[in-house]
Design a protein around this ligand. Structure first.
Ligand code: C5P
Length: 210
């Protein structure tokens, strides 16, 4: 039976961690939709037209090295503002969402555009400073040189581009439950997400059993 969990929110709010944990908890499949836009962004940086890249995207493109790097993240948010790129990626995401056994999709427009009928919708967010701090700690933890102000300004640039675009801007769905992780540990954020989804599963079961 299909059951879709839509998890949206800005960069580095903890969506990915919450999504993976929720998928593991319920035994649902997980799709990080940001990877689709990153793969298209990476191909644009290599000289391919982004619409062409989106139309010809292959599974192997999602496993390539460098997808997590910051220049690719910025390129992803540029190609993500192109309506034809978004349109090319739509059917794949919708089919994934309705696969049997349940699916968690995380991104920016899952609850609003890709799966407006999702059974559970979450908006995972945190202040820009908190998100920049987490990203900074992640980079320095890997031994990479990083400058906090630069990381913060990258976070803000990407937020502005993602929230300001006319097509599928980042915003909570009307019926999404917001989880602000600024003052939460990972396990608190995961527990909050699981509680919301358990409620929705119960509601659905109650409804089906009349
Ligand atoms: O989530 P992640 O940081 O990997 O996303 C990279 C970029 O891809 C985002 O900044 C956003 O512009 C774009 N994106 C999107 N819609 C999604 C997922 C990601 O526009 N569903």
């Amino acid at each position: 039976m299909a059951f879709t969990v839509a998890i949206d929110g800005p960069a580095a709010a903890g969506k990915g961690t919450v999504s993976r944990a929720v998928a593991a908890h319920f035994g649902f499949a997980h799709l990080d939709t940001g990877l689709l836009y990153r793969a298209v962004g990476q191909r644009m940086l290599e000289g391919t037209d982004p619409v062409e890249a989106a139309l010809t995207l292959r599974a192997e493109d999602l496993d390539r090295e460098g997808l997590r790097a910051d220049p690719v993240a910025q390129a992803a948010s540029k190609v993500a503002a192109i309506p034809e790129v978004r349109a090319a990626l739509l059917d794949f995401q919708r089919a994934f969402a309705r696969r049997a056994g349940g699916a968690v999709l995380d991104g920016r427009d899952i609850g609003t555009v890709i799966c407006p009928e999702a059974e559970a919708k979450l908006f995972v967010t945190a202040s820009a400073e908190t998100r920049a701090r987490r990203r900074f700690d992640e980079l320095t933890g890997k031994g990479e040189a990083a400058d906090f102000d630069r990381v913060l300004s990258d976070v803000r640039t990407r937020d502005a581009r993602d929230m300001g675009r006319p097509d599928a801007p980042l915003k909570p769905a009307r019926d999404a439950v917001e989880i602000d992780t600024s003052e939460m540990s990972i396990s608190q954020a995961v527990a909050a997400a699981i509680a919301v989804i358990e409620d929705r599963i119960k509601e659905r079961n109650d409804h089906e059993n009349g």
